[in-house]
Design a protein around this ligand. Structure first.
Ligand code: IPE
Length: 271
């Protein structure tokens, strides 16, 4: 297999996070255009996308990240009466978002193989069960997977974040040389909250001992925001893989980061 780059498209980048199931089609198309150029440079790409408003809003309401909750009476929604229905609906919505992403590739003549985690993965965190190396060695140009609701041994179900998936993919596929997180609204990890940060507050090199501003939409998100990316990123960096967080709305930065060229963003080191 050729050299592989793993790219995480943040859910907040590819969807409008506050409006249920609203994709950002132009952003998705811009990202796909860059991936097209990267493939043309001879690299193989694995795309892991997040959920944004196709996952977090309903998962949060129904507390799917906590698994089966016995001691709480949820107020039913018009289209959803209980946690089991919420699990099916979020899985369905994630498949919809995944088809939108895959369609953007198909339109450019790029073949994709989609691997929905609820069909092959079990349990949450980066040590989830699921075979990666054979499954992700498919012949298509781009392999696509995403954060999903998966079955779990404890609590019946849970949320497997794309940020956990990328760690395992990097660990289990020897040809991976680089991991790039494309995020929304920031140039990388900042030392101050985004609303007060200036250009100088970008942390160019981050390792776990460096303090940073970990602002996170806990009202909306069921997974870990920038802190999860930073920590998972450090785990991947310890495997000798280059890890960078960049602003996903700047196509040239994504392109450069995927090719290992220096660009504006945060390089993550393990120490
Ligand atoms: C979350 O996945 C999956 C669901 C809520 C179903 P991610 O953790 O990868 O999603 P984003 O990038 O934060 O949206």
């Amino acid at each position: 297999m050729a050299e592989v780059v793993v790219v995480k498209f943040g859910g907040g980048l590819i969807t409008n996070k506050s409006k249920l199931c609203t994709p950002m089609l132009e952003t998705i198309d811009n990202l796909v255009e860059v991936i097209d150029r990267i493939i043309n440079c001879g690299l193989k790409v694995i795309v892991v996308h997040g959920a944004g408003s196709f996952g977090h809003l309903r998962a949060k309401y129904w507390r799917l990240n906590e698994g089966m909750v016995e001691d709480h009476k949820f107020a039913p929604q018009i289209d959803c009466q209980n946690q089991y229905q919420a699990v099916s609906l979020v899985r369905k919505d994630m498949l919809t978002l995944n088809s939108i992403v895959c369609d953007a590739f198909t339109k450019r003549g790029i073949s994709t193989r989609s691997l929905p985690p609820h069909q092959w993965a079990k349990n949450t965190g980066s040590n989830f069960s699921g075979e990666i190396s054979t499954r992700f060695a498919a012949a298509e140009d781009v392999i696509v997977t995403f954060g999903d609701v998966v079955d779990c041994d404890i609590g019946e179900f849970g949320i497997l974040s794309g940020d956990d998936l990328v760690v395992r993919i990097c660990r289990d596929i020897p040809q991976v040389s680089r991991l790039v997180f494309a995020v929304k609204g920031v140039d990388g990890i900042l030392s101050k909250p985004p609303n007060v940060a200036t250009d100088e507050d970008l942390i160019h090199e981050w390792s776990p001992s460096v303090s940073y501003s970990g602002v996170h939409d806990t009202d909306i998100d069921v997974t870990g925001g920038i802190a999860l990316k930073a920590n998972r990123g450090a785990e991947v960096a310890s495997m000798g893989i280059e890890v960078v967080i960049i602003n996903g709305e700047k196509p040239e930065r994504l392109f450069d980061a995927c090719l290992g060229k220096s660009t504006r963003g945060t390089r993550i080191l393990d120490k």
